[in-house]
Each structure stands twice: as C-alpha cells, then as structure tokens.
Write a protein that binds this ligand. Structure first.
Ligand SMILES: Nc1ncnc2c1ncn2[C@@H]1O[C@H](COP(=O)(O)OP(=O)(O)OP(=O)(O)O)[C@@H](O)[C@H]1O
Ligand SMILES: [Mg+2]
Length: 283
C-alpha cells in the first residue's frame, strides 16, 4: 500500500489488511451457501484446512489462489461431491446439508460447472442439457411408470425450458452439434447451460473461463453478468484472472495451502501485500 493509499479515507475498499484476514463477515447459517470448520484431507495432504465461508444471497463471490490451494476441493465439498472430514458443516439457504448427497443439493437450488468439463462427448448439445433435466425430474423408475402421463407432459416442458436456455446462451445454432467437435468456448457454455437446466439459485463456477480466447471470455462474462443481474443468481466463481475478478466480483476470497489468506472487496484484497506476495513471490 502506498503512502497515498494509507491516507485515503476509510471506506469499503480501504480496509486494513488485518481486518481482511480476520473472521468472516457473513454467518454461514444465514448465507445463500456457507460452510464452517471445513477440513478435507487426502492421505497426508490437507487440501482444505478449517475454512469458514458465507455467501450472501445475490452476491458474486470469487475464489482465487495458486494451483493446489484447495479451491476445487472446497467447491466439491459445498456441492456434496466430497464429504468433509468430521466436524465441518455445509449450509444451503439456512439448511444444514452436510449429510445430504449431491443430487439433493442440486434439486435444492445449487448448480455447478466443472473445471475439466464433464460433458457427454459423443452426444449433441441438446441431449447434454436435456439429460440433466430428465434425470432430476424422474427420481426412480416407479414414479416414472406411475406418472407416465405426467411424465410425458414434463418431457415437453423440459424440452421447452432447455430450448429457452440454449437460446439465452446463444447456443441455438449448435443444438444438434456433437460436443467433441465444438470449440472450447462453446463447450464451456454448454456446461453452463447444463448447470442452468436445474434452475439454480446459487451457481458454483470452477474456472469457467479457463483456456478461453479474449472474445469467448467476454461472452462468458456477459452471460454471467446477465444471470447475476437479471435472474438474481448468487455466484461463487473460482477464477485465476484477477482483472476479471476485480471487474465483476462483490467480494473475493484468497485461498492458500487449504486456508483463507484474505477476504473482502476486490480492490482492498488485491492491495494486501501478503496477497501480492503469494501471487508474485516477492514482497
Ligand atoms: N481426489 C484427490 N485425491 C488426492 N489428492 C487430492 C484430490 N483432490 C485434490 N487433491 C489435492 O488437494 C490439493 C488441493 O487440490 P485442488 O484441486 O482443490 O486445488 P485447486 O486450488 O483447485 O488447484 P487448481 O488451481 O490447480 O485447480 C492438491 O494438493 C491436490 O493434489
Ligand atoms: Mg481447481
């Protein structure tokens, strides 16, 4: 922080660094999504180390940090893909969902995208998105048989909703294209479409812009900004590009070695000398 910065009046973007590293400002139990005492070890590796987090409804929170900092593992715990080590809790809209499976949280309004894209490569775009809706609409074979008529109507409704999503994300022209032949920017957008198919209130994004060209990144930011502003979607976004993070986020969290190094408004956090040291390796 420069001498000029030190003299700036105190406001949201000029918090002192000690307060940035202090406790979380948002109670996880009152958050759109939150967690407390979350630790996850894999053998001798502590991937996530006693993390507490609370994301306000309608907030856009970014998680940054070096490779291996524990960002994806934390997301996997929030959405139920991993169980945390004992003693930790995850909350979704005030409900303790720690012991619930991934599909329960998905139906309760928690969506996610994947760092490594988990699309059905040999299926087309519309099938990839439709699968998500069909699977969740019919929890088991019995209900599919009992409610056959209703199921058929649901199928038509599902298709209508999927078509709306494809149109919204400007994927309509690709609807019959096989995934394996599509450029990365379109594939990442299909992954976003799949996450929207469940009509989430909270969306977890794991490097949704990784590997994209400038134009593809611009498009992704445009869609996310629209979803955030128009649909009031709460976003939790893992992202390496600090310029993007600073431009779009309400708040950011810096992870390092499994723990939270800093949190707060992006301008204040990126001014933190400790954060700069982690990113540049120099004081
Ligand atoms: N399933 C697993 N089994 C064993 N170790 C794992 C597993 N998942 C993650 N790890 C380890 O946990 C640590 C955190 O990994 P994680 O993928 O959460 O980091 P990240 O912050 O997402 O990194 P990146 O920016 O490279 O995506 C790493 O040391 C990683 O090797
Ligand atoms: Mg990761």
């Amino acid at each position: 922080m420069s001498a000029d910065d030190a003299n700036r009046p105190t406001d949201d973007t000029s918090l002192d660094t000690a307060s940035l590293r202090s406790g979380p400002p948002i109670d996880p139990e009152e958050a759109a999504i939150g967690c407390r005492n979350i630790t996850k070890t894999f053998g001798s590796v502590t991937a996530v180390d006693d993390v507490e987090l609370g994301v306000q409804p309608g907030e856009w929170l970014s998680i940054v940090g070096p490779n291996g900092a524990g960002k994806t593992t934390l997301l996997n715990i929030l959405n139920g893909f991993y169980e945390p080590d004992s003693g930790g809790d995850v909350y979704l809209d005030g409900e303790n969902v720690t012991d619930t499976p991934e599909y329960y949280r998905a139906r309760a309004g928690l969506g996610r995208t994947f760092q490594g894209l988990e699309l059905f490569e040999e299926e087309d775009v519309i099938e990839n998105v439709m699968t998500i809706r069909s699977v969740t609409e019919r929890p088991n074979l019995l209900s599919a048989l009992l409610f056959y008529g209703a199921g058929r109507r649901t199928e038509a409704e599902n298709m209508r909703r999927v078509e709306e999503i494809l149109d919204y994300l400007e994927l309509w022209e690709y609807r019959h294209a096989t995934i394996s032949g599509l450029p990365l920017g379109v594939r990442r957008r299909v992954d976003l479409a799949r996450s929207l198919a469940l009509e989430p209130d909270v969306l977890l994004l794991d490097e949704a812009m990784s590997g994209l060209t400038f134009d593809e990144k611009y498009d992704m930011i445009r869609f996310l900004t629209d979803l955030h502003e128009q649909e009031d979607l709460t976003l939790v976004m893992i992202e390496h590009d600090l310029e993007v993070v600073t431009a779009v986020s309400d708040r950011m969290v810096v992870m390092q070695e499994g723990g939270v190094l800093a949190r707060g408004p992006p301008d204040a956090v990126t001014d933190d000398p400790e954060v700069a040291r982690v990113y540049t390796g120099v004081d």
